[in-house]
Write a protein that binds this ligand. Structure first.
Ligand code: SDX
Length: 451
């Protein structure tokens, strides 16, 4: 049962949901004119100045490169508090989901707004599991990728290519049934795309899904199994990956989720909206950081493990070096996901009997950075990417596949936001403005005459 169509403060006639008799007002003065701007208050008391009528009333727009001070939407899906290190999916703390939930539980919660009763969850899982096999012939696309193609390139291309197999799911104004169907289709097919891209990248044959496996176990079988293999994946690996996927499932309006919303706002279909989210996530400043962290730790180790030199480089703007896995646009405290993953590193490596010198190095680097005023004054703490790679290495997943695992987790959040955007009362195409700073009008002059 999906959450009822949202009402939002900006669309309410009566007082806003926090019970304020009348919404607060912000005043803005410009060019000798003062206007009242409504202030929207969210359920966690966050405040937003509603500037939807600013340009019409003043001719001016706001400027906010990187959108650090701009809310693109109102959303019921995820709340995070960067100062207090809080992350909740539909109000449920990430710590509880990481401890007790399955990824399917979490996907249902994010997408439909509530934890599913067992019967609905079984139906949801069943519909997803019926979709794990790719449409006939699509696997042949993998033979067209040149050797060495990055798995994220294959994932983005194949997610878009799925649209060719599901013409009935490309309706620009999808019904609720079409939205639900494309969501379970992508939740079913995406793990297969992720696994097939990995196998292709490793020069291995594709392992078809086993019908008796589901979720994370099915994915790990397609990644590491052998044709006809009836042995189930290691439960330690299944549990570790379950936790990683849940921790990566959503994070409000991050770069890739905002990309999915923006592409989807043109009423492009879900397949290409998700493909665009994969593309945005690939960047080393975003989801590509988990790969960059391991490469950084390996660089430090290869350099003799003396990390103080790298801390100095991270502080030197001219060095071009960044402490990957550190810092965050929102968290000015510990990323709660990093805390959980740090603990999980010790647990998983202990259970698998693995000692990874990169984990020791990561912990030393964290301890040193958190004593250094450069990091402390800028509130640069380890983020979700700092420890995740250590666990993925322990599971035998190659570094290049790390961001694909991030995408596999984030799929649920991308789909939840795509659905929420389409169903929001204030839905309109995203089209930011700009302030032009180029040449004012001038004549066309032929090149020969330019002197
Ligand atoms: C993810 O948005 C999300 O929610 C993302 C994510 C999600 O779940 O979707 O949480 C996942 O993308 C996590 C972030 C992974 N990226 C990295 O680990 C890359 C390294 N981190 C940085 O590049 C940076 O911290 C960002 C990109 C994460 C945040 O960039 P901001 O908010 O634009 O911060 P900034 O670049 O303006 O930095 C502010 C200051 C600057 O110094 P000053 O100009 O004030 O002197 O902090 C410095 C920066 O130079 N700084 C760093 C640093 N991160 C910021 N200095 C050294 N090393 C770093 N990692």
């Amino acid at each position: 049962m999906s959450a009822e169509k949202q009402q939002h403060p900006m669309d309410l006639q009566e007082p806003d949901p926090t019970g304020n008799p009348s919404p607060a007002i912000a005043k803005l003065s410009i060019d000798g004119k003062t206007i009242d701007l409504p202030v929207v208050t969210g359920t966690e008391q966050e405040k937003g100045v509603d500037i939807t009528k600013l340009r019409a009333q003043t001719g001016a727009v706001t400027i906010d490169p990187g959108f650090a001070n701009t809310a693109s939407c109102l959303s019921d899906i995820t709340f995070l508090d960067g100062e207090r290190g809080i992350l909740r999916y539909r109000g449920v703390p990430i710590e509880e989901l990481a401890e007790h939930a399955t990824y399917t539980d979490t996907a249902y919660l994010l997408i439909h707004g509530n934890l599913a009763p067992q019967r609905e969850l079984d139906q949801f899982s069943g519909r997803i599991n019926q979709k794990v096999n790719l449409p006939a012939g699509l696997e042949k696309f993998y033979d067209c990728f040149p050797k060495g193609t990055h798995p994220m390139a294959m994932l983005s291309a194949m997610a878009a290519a799925l649209s060719g197999s599901y013409p009935a799911l490309l309706n620009p104004t999808p019904t609720r049934e079409e939205i639900d169907e494309v969501i379970v289709t992508l939740l079913g097919q995406f793990p297969t795309l992720c696994a097939y891209g990995y196998r292709k990248g490793q020069g291995l044959s594709l392992i078809p899904p086993r019908q008796d496996l589901a979720g994370v176990a099915s994915f790990l079988h397609m990644m590491n199994g052998r044709p006809g293999d009836q042995q189930d994946p290691n439960p330690v690996a299944v549990n570790a990956l379950r936790k990683i996927l849940i921790l990566h499932a959503d994070h409000e309006q991050n770069c890739s989720t905002s990309t999915v919303r923006l592409v989807g706002s043109s009423r492009a279909n879900a397949f290409v909206s998700i493909a665009s989210g994969v593309a945005a996530l690939w960047g080393p400043l975003h989801g590509g950081a988990n790969q960059a962290v391991i490469e950084m730790l390996e660089q430090i180790r290869a350099d003799g493990g003396e990390f103080s030199k790298f801390i100095r480089m991270a502080k030197d703007k001219d060095s071009g070096f960044r402490m990957m896995g550190f810092g965050h646009r929102v968290y000015k405290n510990f990323d709660p996901r990093a805390r959980i993953l740090k603990a999980s590193c010790d647990e998983v490596l202990g259970k698998l009997g693995i000692h990874d010198p990169l984990l020791d190095l990561a912990k030393q680097l964290e301890a040193a950075a958190l004593k250094d005023d450069y990091f402390v004054s800028r509130k640069l703490y380890p983020n979700v990417d700092f420890y995740s790679g250590i666990i993925l290495r322990a599971l035998g997943i190659p570094t290049e596949q790390f961001t694909v695992i991030f995408a596999l987790g984030r799929l649920a959040g991308w789909l939840a936001h795509w659905k929420e955007m389409l169903e929001s009362p204030g839905f309109r195409i995203g089209r930011p403005r700009q302030i032009y700073t180029g040449p004012t009008q001038r004549r066309f002059v032929r090149v020969a005459q330019r002197g």
